[in-house]
Design a protein around this ligand. Sequence first.
Ligand code: SAM
Length: 313
Amino acid sequence: MADDRPEKQAMRKIWVERVAEASAPTAEEPLFLTLAGADGRDVQALVDAKVIGVTETGAILAEDATKVVAVEAREEAFLKLSSRFNGLRVLQSRIEDLLKQDHPFNWPTGSHLDLFRARVVNFDFDGPLEVTVRDNQLVFPQITWIKKIAAIHAHKTQIDWCLLLTFQGQIQWSTEVESGVMRLLADNFQRSGEFSEIVEGLVGSDTFGGIRDCNDDLSLSDLSYEIQQRILMALIPKKICRELNGSGWNIVTRMNVRYGGTGTHAPMVSFVFDFEWDERSTTEPDAIYIESLLNSVAEPCQIDARGSVEPLA
Ligand SMILES: C[S@@+](CC[C@H](N)C(=O)[O-])C[C@H]1O[C@@H](n2cnc3c(N)ncnc32)[C@H](O)[C@@H]1O
């Protein structure tokens, strides 16, 4: 995806700051694991900010070569990226294949396990959040991968880490999935009055009422792009906090943002999450869940077409 619009440049600036302040990696565990795409613009942003050094010919410096790992599924993009940065470690694979899918008993081993202990993981997806129904249960494959990566960061010694997560902000689910997602959100509205108030402010009273009442006449994918983005801004962090509740991590949402959705620019949602190892995750799991849930939607923002980040009205 040739995406170099100002909104995306603003996101990359935020990513570079997060990578620059991350804790030191080891030779085996990278600083930054990314879906860099054919052009590797996020890698280039790290080079421009001198977080990663390059030689006169543009090759990654030998001492920085283990810091970044890029994963790319498409062969054409893999070849372009590999030739763009000499010395960059690029794996041609699907991220979920490296992670052994969402299978609960299969895990990556050896160097692939270390790969997922990166201090900053950039899941810059060019597609939407996938949700399906399997064995009568709602399944969020990408969020299951994140859960696996969090477990890998808790393996051996625990390392605090940062997840940069981006999706296309359109809802593209079956009617059965839409209805399941509405029930999931409605259940949360019942549990926390404060969360429902914030989400009502985020998505508007009509949409909020339709979701709360699980109204069959409400089709989420027919709502405006902006409202679809706003629903995802409530749903995605909520689901991550719920899935990881009690696992040892306190999830702090540092950024919850929408951009695009006008003209030819695809609507996008993007998040910055800090995963902090916290004993309260197992001693006070309910309190920490509510804390991380409310914090996830406390300061939603948007990026305008010039790349300025502003609070979401
Ligand atoms: C949005 S682009 C990356 C853009 C880049 N991060 C930047 O800053 O401009 C996403 C890239 O990830 C690849 N990709 C998407 N899903 C993937 C997956 N599950 N496994 C591996 N690669 C994937 C796509 O082929 C695409 O090249």
